[in-house]
Structure formats: structure tokens, C-alpha cells
Design a protein around this ligand. Structure first.
Ligand code: BJW
Length: 252
């Protein structure tokens, strides 16, 4: 795969770059996506498991579902796509990962500047007193109740109808305001407000580069659309960008 000449020119000199990621970037690490034939929601209803109402109706069931997913995330390893984004942090003077994923894989791969829009499955907090519990505390505490106040402990993630964490959203907005390029990787681009971010880049004169194995509502809007797995496409883009910017092989 060769990067189109117009994109080469942009990547050669870009200073401010963002990657917006979704479940597809972790698919090759063995973490199921949400939508599509094999997605989590082809078998399970989000209304029954991924909403605050569902949690209040049946906290034990919802907590056990997240405990199961936390185990899958922990047993998974970052793949070449996550690693390519760590490389991009070295290549571009300013690079921010904005992720909708809760699986912690960007941070585990080594990305330093990560905005987690939908929370992180390793964090939990008590609805009663607000005390925070990490994943391991939570696993030991089998009845999912706060030892301090007896309140319900919930995962620190964002369900439909809930606000995104203010600091993470601010970090994402600041990054897209300045971005010359946004890579939109492995997301169906249907969940808001995350799906708005590429439009902000466009309004400010930046370019949208989509990487996905399938068409999405963004595909026709994107300036460049690469059809292929995130690991393959991002590795190729990273390697070619390093060459364009004169990164010597022996200093890598
Ligand atoms: C590969 C690949 C490979 C596979 N390589 N690619 C404006 C308009 C309309 C609606 C709204 C709006 N503003 C707000 C809303 C409501 C709602 C919303 O967006 N609804 C739409 C779905 C209609 N949004 C919200 O409620 C948000 N909150 C909010 O806006 O607060 C303000 C507010 C409050 C009250 C009222 C109104 C406004 C919160 C959204 C929270 C989303 N939470 C979830 C669950 C998290 C917890 C959990 O994990 O259980 O987050 S939903 C789920 O979707 C999860 C994901 O982060 C998110 C996005 O999914 P993603 O990542 O795109 O995954 P998939 O599966 O959809 O796609 C995978 C893609 O990868 C596919 O395209 C594949 O082809 C591709 N792929 N393998 C490359 N190897």
C-alpha cells in the first residue's frame, strides 16, 4: 500500500495530529467489537446490560458482565495498531490518542497522551460515597458493594445518556481544534459526541483519514479512506511517514 501523494505531503510536515479510535483497533487483540455480525450487541442487548437503568435493575448481572470483559481485556495484549500509534507520538511534535475504548490497551502499549472518552474498565467507584476502586479491589469484593458505606460500586465507564468525563472531553476538543490530520481508526462513527470530532477537524481546515475494514457513515466524507485492518494500514502509514520525515533506521 502506498500513501497517496497529497497525504504524503501533509504527513511529511504535520505538527498536530490526532487518532480517534474505536473497538475495531482492539479486535485483533481478541476483544469483541459492539456492532456487526460478531459484535457484542448481536447477542446481547445494550438496554439490558450497558445502561444505568440496567445496572440499577440488576447490579449483580451487569457487574458480572463487566468483570468478564475486564478479564478478557487484561488477558489481551496491545497489537501492532496500538504500537503504531505509540510510534506516531515519536514522529509528530504533538500527537493525541482519543479513544472510545475502555480496554486500557493504548496506555498499556505505551501511548502517553490518551483521552478516554468512555472511561476505563479498570476503574470503579461507589455510587454512595464516591470512593474509587481499581479492577483488582473490585475482583476481590465479590458482592460489588462498597466496604465503606455499603453503596453500589459501578464501573467508571460511560453508558448511553450519560455525560462524558469533562476533563477527557476537553482534552479531545482541544486536540481536534488544532489538528491538521485526524486518523479515525476502527470505529463505526455512529456514537456521539465522539463522531463529531472529525467534523471539527474538517471545519478547521484539517484532513480526515479513515482506517476501517468496512464502509461507515464517515467513509464518503473522509479525505482519505483506507480499507484494511488497523494493524496493517497503521503500520504501513507509520513506516512510510518515518521515511518521509527522515527518521534514520539506525536511530529507531
Ligand atoms: C476494524 C477492525 C480491524 C473491526 N481494523 N477496523 C447526537 C445525535 C444522535 C444521538 C446522540 C447525539 N448526541 C448524543 C446522542 C445519544 C448517544 C448516541 O450517540 N446515540 C447514537 C448511537 C444514536 N450518545 C450518548 O448517549 C453519549 N452521551 C452523551 O452524549 O451525553 C450527553 C447527553 C446526555 C443525555 C442526553 C443527551 C446527551 C454517551 C455515549 C456512550 C457510549 N458508550 C458505549 C458503551 C461503553 C461501555 C461498554 O463498553 O460497555 O461505548 S456504546 C459503545 O459504542 C461503546 C463504544 O465506545 C461506542 C462506539 O463503538 P465503536 O468503538 O465505534 O465500535 P463498533 O463495534 O460500533 O465499530 C467497530 C468498527 O471497527 C466497525 O466499523 C468495524 O468495521 C471496524 N473494525 N475490526 C479496522 N481489524
Amino acid at each position: 500500500m502506498s500513501i497517496p501523494e497529497e497525504l504524503q505531503k501533509i504527513l511529511k510536515s504535520a505538527r498536530e495530529v490526532v487518532a480517534l479510535t474505536g473497538a475495531g483497533i482492539s479486535a485483533e487483540s481478541g476483544i469483541p467489537t459492539f456492532r456487526g455480525a460478531d459484535g457484542l450487541w448481536s447477542k446481547l442487548s445494550p438496554e439490558e446490560l450497558a445502561s444505568f437503568d440496567a445496572f440499577l435493575r440488576n447490579p449483580q448481572l451487569v457487574s458480572e458482565w463487566y468483570e468478564h470483559r475486564r478479564k478478557i481485556a487484561r488477558e489481551s495484549k496491545p497489537n501492532q495498531a496500538h504500537i503504531a500509534l505509540v510510534e506516531m507520538e515519536r514522529i509528530f511534535p504533538s500527537f493525541t490518542v482519543v479513544t472510545q475504548n475502555i480496554d486500557n490497551l493504548h496506555k498499556r502499549a505505551g501511548s502517553m497522551k490518551v483521552a478516554e472518552l468512555h472511561g476505563n474498565i479498570e476503574r470503579n467507584y461507589c455510587l454512595g460515597c464516591g470512593k474509587h476502586y481499581d479492577g483488582e479491589d473490585f475482583d476481590r469484593n465479590r458482592n460489588f458493594k462498597c466496604p465503606e458505606c455499603g453503596g453500589l460500586i459501578r464501573p467508571d465507564i460511560v453508558w448511553f445518556g450519560e455525560m462524558l468525563p469533562v476533563d477527557q472531553w476537553a482534552m479531545a476538543e482541544e486536540a481536534v481544534q488544532r489538528a491538521e490530520v485526524i486518523f479515525v481508526v476502527g470505529t463505526s462513527s455512529v456514537v456521539y459526541p465522539a463522531a463529531e470530532l472529525p467534523m471539527t477537524v474538517r471545519r478547521n481546515g484539517g484532513k480526515i483519514v479513515e482506517v476501517n475494514i468496512e464502509e461507515t457513515p464517515l467513509s464518503n466524507i473522509a479525505d482519505f479512506s483506507f480499507k484494511g485492518s488497523a494493524s496493517r494500514v497503521l503500520t504501513e502509514i507509520t513506516d512510510q511517514t518515518k521515511e518521509l520525515r527522515g527518521f534514520a533506521k539506525d536511530t529507531e
